[in-house]
Design a protein around this ligand. Structure first.
Ligand code: NAP
Ligand code: MG
Length: 463
């Protein structure tokens, strides 16, 4: 894989301040495919200075011109979509088909949505005798995870640029090549120097230096709840705005009137996609007592079919972590009906078998903690109130699904869930729908106009 040995700062690739590097692995064969620089506080400082210097001109650039740059960026990403898919497959391990359909396509759609929104968003409105302006919040630190490497970058950078903010990105250490490719695309799209900057490196070094830098006005973070909490504390001390997309433990609630076969099939596919490394995955399936055993059997059969179709996990640490959770599930008395803690035989790479647990009770570790692997838990509920209690009974609240024979019944149930998104009877992904968490799943929203508003602050003029 082609890698830059520098940082993208102020419109050019520059040598890093220090000699440290990060080895990038292909999780499918455990081979080193590239080296990228591991940034220091000095690199972060240079990037933040560039972003600050570029801020006044970019903030004053008419929204229509910012929209034109984002449209150009969408077009470059579209032209390079095969290269994006190959890069994500190489450093994340996702099967190429999934990389094309999701990892490359979804960020193109999101970037396009912000090209449109930048042009149409009401940055100015009249309220009584006032004019209220929506102005950019300033320099944004974007810190992103590896699980949807380009999507997570675009979901922050595109709305920030649409808002008139400038950005310093610190991508995940496991997936820096996708981030470098994105920086090339931003450059090709004619975004002015300093408006977008990339510093690769380690979370506790580069990420931390960025989150606490005085020149940063807002931190937009996606990743684990533990790191999110520490970033929120750092941002709080610096009185910076913070937006957090954190973990999840979403419920897939199958009501007695639902089409069970469809709900189980879609539910299993949802959990196995991206090898279970999806923060919004419906990792808890809730089924009524009458149809519980039937659901368990269908889920076990569906999961077994995924055996050869999912990729590895991103790294050895995640593989060990997920296998540890599977062992814990067995130890706590859950019934293993598919998969298990052993890695699939004869396979190189950081694989985990698609796994399904039955007889899971709401208090078990595997029903409470985010596993981030291809592991589904199936829980039994007695009645609707019980289902609501179980569904809401974790610290998380990111996403979920409700299935019922009647849409109104599903909607009524969904309104009782403490969660940011709910798919009704298998509803489709909408890049304009606000995405984000209730409770410990986060603060703020991404995507669509709500995602754009996160990067704005208001000024009112009275007449
Ligand atoms: P993570 O540590 O929270 O990483 C997210 C981002 O934050 C990465 O860029 C990371 O850099 C950076 N970071 C880490 N420590 C930091 C610090 N002290 N200050 C500033 N930035 C910091 O997540 P992870 O290690 O990749 O995965 C661990 C668990 O997080 C997963 O098992 C999963 O449960 C959860 N997770 C959730 C999501 C989600 O979308 N909600 C995504 C990924 C992971 P490095 O890459 O160098 O660590
Ligand atoms: Mg980490």
């Amino acid at each position: 894989m082609k890698a830059h040995d520098g940082m993208y700062i102020d419109g050019a690739w520059r040598a890093a301040a220090g000699p440290d590097t990060i080895a990038v692995l292909n999780p499918a064969d455990e081979q080193v495919i590239a080296q990228v620089p591991a940034g220091s506080a000095e690199d972060v400082d240079a990037a933040v200075r560039a972003a600050r210097a570029a801020l006044p001109a970019w903030a004053a650039t008419p929204p229509s011109e910012r929209a034109a740059r984002l449209a150009a960026l969408r077009d470059v990403l579209t032209a390079r979509k095969d290269e994006i898919a190959e890069t994500v497959t190489a450093e994340l391990g996702a099967p190429l088909g999934f990389s094309q359909k999701v990892h490359a396509a979804s960020p193109i759609a999101v970037c396009g949505s912000y090209a449109d929104l930048a042009a149409s968003f009401p940055f100015e409105e009249k309220v009584g005798n006032s004019t209220v302006y929506q102005e950019p919040i300033g320099v944004v630190a974007a810190i992103t995870p590896w699980n949807y490497p380009l999507h997570q970058i675009v979901a922050k950078v595109a709305p920030a640029l649409a808002a008139g903010c400038t950005v310093v990105l610190k991508p995940a250490e496991d997936t820096p090549l996708t981030a470098q490719l994105f920086a090339e695309a931003v450059d090709e799209a004619g975004v002015p120097a300093g408006v977008f900057n990339l510093v690769t490196g380690l979370g506790p070094v580069t990420g931390q230096a960025l989150a606490e830098h005085d020149g940063v006005d807002m931190v937009s973070f996606t990743g684990s709840t533990a790191v999110g909490r520490s970033i929120a504390a750092t941002a709080g001390a610096g009185l910076k705005k913070v937006s957090l997309e954190l973990g999840g433990k979403s419920a897939n609630v199958i009501l007695p009137s639902a089409d069970l076969g469809k709900a189980v099939a879609v539910g299993v596919a949802n959990v196995m996609a991206n090898s279970g490394q999806t923060c919004s995955a419906w990792t808890r399936m809730l089924v009524d007592a009458d149809r519980y055993e039937e659901a368990v059997e269908l889920a076990a059969q569906a999961a077994a079919k995924y055996g050869d179709r999912i990729g590895p996990l991103v790294n050895a640490k995640q593989q060990a972590r997920v296998r540890g959770y599977i062992e814990k599930g067995v130890a706590e008395g859950a019934r293993l009906v598919a998969g298990g803690p052993e890695a699939p035989a004869g396979k190189k790479g950081f694989h985990v078998s698609p796994t399904v647990f039955a007889d899971v009770t709401p208090g078990m570790t595997i029903a409470q903690e985010e596993i981030f692997g291809p592991v589904l838990t199936v829980l039994k509920y007695q009645d609707e109130d019980d289902a609501v209690r179980i569904a809401n009974g974790t610290v998380y609240g990111l996403a979920g699904a409700v299935w019922a024979g009647d849409e109104a019944e599903a909607v009524a149930f969904a309104r009782r869930l403490e969660t940011g998104q709910v798919d009704i009877n298998g509803g489709r992904f909408n890049p304009l729908a606000p995405f984000g968490g209730y409770k410990h799943s986060g603060v703020g929203r991404e995507l669509g106009s709500h995602g754009l508003a996160e990067f704005l602050q208001t000024k009112s003029l009275q007449f």
